[in-house]
Ligand binder design. Structure first.
Ligand SMILES: CC(C)(COP(=O)(O)OP(=O)(O)OC[C@H]1O[C@@H](n2cnc3c(N)ncnc32)[C@H](O)[C@@H]1OP(=O)(O)O)[C@@H](O)C(=O)NCCC(=O)NCCS
Length: 187
């Protein structure tokens, strides 16, 4: 079984996927307090640094206990965090995990998340021995759907009105990618 110690840094042509650190709190607050980023999350944006610090503490605990992993995404020549992506709800006995990801809007639509997730999915299938990767999202989140489809995920279903937030109930789309599925088209 894979160990996250030492932390598995991943490299892609443009990006470095590295460990998230306590010093990333300001940047995580900036990302997670942006209403454009959290628009489809079904929860309020962060409003205090303590929320980002708490998020980092949860990420570090998951990595330490080998139960989940989240990478900080930065450009190769910079340490500055542009976003994060990772596996959570890792069901080890049944060999599947859910993914989550988000990026600063200034960097959207340059193929960054598709590139980051491609590396992360290879790690998940090859090193975490996953058989299935799942994504759950608001069906209005078109950019997210597009990223998943390009990576070869199939839309598998819709959980009807399972998320109550801010006075209304929304559906959740479920996407899945199997180890045996063909990869999506090249970037
Ligand atoms: C989803 C997200 C991570 C995508 O990151 P990104 O680096 O911009 O993704 P990419 O550039 O690799 O791909 C985006 C794709 O969505 C498409 N897209 C973007 N906005 C779109 C929209 N409103 N409608 C349809 N397609 C859209 C882009 O054209 C691109 O597809 P293409 O390469 O075929 O042209 C980013 O939009 C984000 O952080 N959103 C907020 C957080 C979020 O929703 N996370 C996902 C939770 S499930």
């Amino acid at each position: 079984m894979v160990s996250f110690d030492p932390f598995p840094v991943l490299s892609t042509p443009r990006l470095r996927l590295r460990a998230i650190e306590p010093g990333d709190a300001e940047r995580i607050l900036r990302i997670q307090s942006d209403p454009e980023v959290t628009r489809y999350f079904g929860r309020a944006p962060f409003s205090a640094l303590a929320e980002a610090e708490q998020r980092i503490a949860v990420v570090l605990e998951g990595v330490r206990e080998n139960t989940s992993i989240r990478w900080g995404i930065s450009l190769k020549d910079s340490h500055e965090l542009l976003g994060t992506a990772g596996f959570w709800r890792w069901n080890k006995p049944h060999r599947w995990s859910e993914i989550g990801f988000e990026l600063l809007p200034a960097f959207w639509n340059r193929g960054i998340m598709t590139e980051a997730l491609r590396a992360m999915l290879s790690f998940g299938f090859d090193r975490m021995d996953l058989h299935r990767v799942e994504a759950q999202l608001d069906p209005e989140n078109r950019a997210c759907m597009r990223v998943l489809e390009r990576l070869g995920f199939a839309r598998e279903g819709l959980l009807r009105q399972n998320w109550w937030y801010d006075g209304k109930c929304t559906d959740t789309a479920v996407y899945g990618l199997l180890r045996s599925d063909p990869a999506g088209p090249a970037a």
